[in-house]
Design a protein around this ligand. Structure first.
Ligand code: DAK
Length: 258
């Protein structure tokens, strides 16, 4: 996997997109390798949270590879688009939280990858944008759909139709990211959040993610019913027994044996 660096420590998988000479721009090969790495982290039962970041100090992902796209036919573009959708759906539907640690440029497909993640932490020099219209394109990896759900229609249209950039402080103000930190603090902050997550009941985290995700596509009434059923189901799990018993016995719960 030349374009991906993987590391697993303390139940946290860190996946680094490693193509710094092209500011981590995504071609079909990078998309495929990243998808495989994400799938492996999802399938690994010792992993409770995933951090996704970019190699180098300049860029998270500077978008889809423009040089590769400039040569694509419509059929190839469809294949490339579908590969990106497959990757981003895998991230969004992951049963464990995926944290984007955004270290610089997150343009086009870079912003879109971060949108599929569950939590976004950015450095104070991070730059977001959907500049596809400047190339005669539109966002092709879910930007027109996920951005509106996160920051609302007005801001999404301004970003996508205007093609301008958004700096980290503005991204924080409009809810595009959860937190902004210095470059030196980025991975510490991401690991701090991941560590808190992996200390919790893995099944509860998975079910909570599922309720939150599926709630976006349901009416409030349906979503509340879905949550209620999921909540009740947890009363039959060993995890819930351990969590509540630990509270009563005034000790930390032991959810993980690994
Ligand atoms: N693609 C390919 N190479 C890239 C790249 C990209 N997106 N971004 C940067 N690079 C390469 C540069 O070409 C350069 O390589 P050499 O030419 O030296 O070999 C190297 O990275 C360093 O970049 P710069 O020299 O330009 O570095 P600067 O600091 O001067 O500028 C920059 C940094 C990020 C402002 C600039 O590189 C830039 O504007 N990059 C392009 C950003 C961009 O427009 N991103 C959006 C791409 S469009 C779809 C699927 C997906 C999409 C659309 C449709 N379907 C198939 C349906 C998604 C589209 C996009 O993401």
């Amino acid at each position: 996997m030349p374009f991906i660096i993987k590391n697993i420590a303390d139940n946290i998988a860190t996946i680094t997109i490693n193509r710094p000479e092209a500011l981590n721009a995504m071609n079909l090969e990078v998309v495929g390798e990243l998808h495989q790495a994400v799938n492996e982290a999802i399938a690994n039962p010792t992993v409770g949270a995933i951090i996704l970041t970019g190699a180098g100090d300049k860029s998270f992902v500077a978008g889809a590879d423009i040089k590769a796209m400039s040569q694509m036919t419509k059929a190839e573009a469809l294949k490339f688009g579908r590969a990106g959708h497959g990757l981003l759906n895998a991230i969004e539907n992951a049963p464990k939280p995926v944290i984007a640690a955004i270290n610089g440029f997150a343009l086009g497909g870079g912003t879109e990858i971060s949108l599929a993640c569950h939590i976004r932490i950015a450095t104070d020099n991070a730059i977001f944008g959907q500049p596809e219209v400047k190339l005669g394109l539109i966002p092709g990896w879910g930007g027109t759909q996920r951005l509106i759900r996160l920051i609302g229609k007005g801001k999404a249209v301004e970003m996508i139709a205007g093609g301008g950039i958004i700096k980290a402080d503005e991204a924080l103000r409009i809810g595009l990211v959860n937190a902004v930190v210095s470059p030196a603090e980025l991975m510490t902050k991401a690991r701090e959040i991941a560590t808190r997550i992996v200390g919790n009941g893995p099944q509860a985290v998975r079910i909570a993610l599922d309720c939150i995700r599926s709630g976006q596509d349901r009416s409030l009434t349906d979503g509340l019913e879905y949550e209620l059923e999921a909540f009740a189901n947890l009363f039959e799990t060993a995890e819930m027994q351990e969590g509540t018993r630990a509270f009563v016995e005034k000790r930390p719960p032991e959810f993980r044996k690994d």
